[in-house]
Design a protein around this ligand. Structure first.
Ligand SMILES: *[C@@H]1O[C@H](CO)[C@@H](O)[C@H](O)[C@H]1NC(C)=O
Ligand SMILES: *[C@@H]1O[C@H](CO)[C@@H](O)[C@H](O)[C@H]1NC(C)=O
Length: 261
């Protein structure tokens, strides 16, 4: 009996011990469990927060990417514009260069023209001006004489340069050149008209007729001559011929320099 009691007591003790142990364990579990949950909650919260942050960052990144894209596009457009501006600048520069060359050419030509004008002005200034024209006399008949006689055209219309001498009737060439001379002589009444143009004592041409009868009482002739400086030109009345002049200036002698040589 005693043994049974002891056994019962021991069993009771054992059961109590196990129960105590279980209780202890349970109480331990009760004290540690809330911490884990809190931690988990914290962690979850953190994860959620970071997710949100990540989403924000992602969207920011997206925006930044978009901006970058826009900026890139703008940059591209700017680059194209710059290239166009550069091209235009180069074209302008080329034009300016061309115009500079043209301008230089024109300046050179202008200078040449100016110096040519100056030369021409000098030439024109220095160019001898020679012209004369004179009528014979108011005295009526001249001649006939026994010998050939130089006609002295005394009524001067023009005598530029004074190279025609109205007291001798002789023109003296002042420069080497080409000259033009002409004379017209009138014969009144029945007479032999005959006037010769002379150069340095040699007959160049004649204007004349015999027995001036009818309406053809005028004679004239003209010539272009190349003369040396000092050459003499004059008209001579042939011996036994005659010429007539009065205040109507019927008989004249003229000449001028065409151009120097
Ligand atoms: C021309 O000569 C003729 C004859 O010599 C004369 O009758 C006539 O009047 C002259 N003519 C003139 C315009 O003098
Ligand atoms: C003839 O010439 C002189 C100049 O020498 C001039 O005075 C006169 O008027 C002229 N006569 C005529 C009719 O033209």
């Amino acid at each position: 009996m005693r043994t049974a009691v002891v056994l019962l007591v021991l069993l009771g003790c054992c059961l109590t011990g196990v129960q105590l142990q279980n209780e202890e364990r349970e109480s331990k579990q009760l004290t540690t469990q809330p911490d884990i949950w809190a931690e988990l909650n914290k962690l979850r919260d953190m994860v959620v927060e970071q997710r949100v942050e990540l989403a924000v960052t992602k969207s920011e990144l997206g925006a930044a990417k978009l901006e970058l894209g826009a900026t890139k596009t703008e940059l591209g457009a700017t680059k194209t514009e710059m290239a166009e501006v550069k091209r235009q600048n180069e074209a302008l520069r080329d034009m300016v260069m061309e115009q500079r060359v043209e301008l230089a050419d024109m300046e050179a030509r202008l200078q040449t023209s100016e110096s040519q004008v100056a030369e021409l002005q000098t030439e024109n200034k220095e160019r001898p001006k020679v012209a004369f024209s004179a009528a014979l006399t108011d005295a009526g008949h001249v001649g006939p004489f026994n010998t050939d006689t130089t006609l002295n055209y005394a009524k001067v219309f023009t005598n530029i340069g004074n190279h025609y001498n109205p007291t001798t009737g002789i023109f003296t060439a002042p420069v080497k050149g080409v000259y033009y001379f002409r004379f017209t002589d009138f014969v009144r009444s029945s007479g032999h008209g005959g006037v010769y143009l002379h150069k340095n004592g040699q007959i160049i041409m004649i204007g004349g007729y015999w027995r001036a009868e009818g309406p053809e009482n005028y004679t004239s002739n003209a010539v272009v001559l190349q003369l040396e400086v000092g050459d003499h030109i004059y008209a001579r009345l042939h011996s036994n011929h005659q010429v007539y002049d009065d205040n109507l200036n019927r008989s004249t002698f003229s000449g001028f320099l065409l151009f120097p040589m």
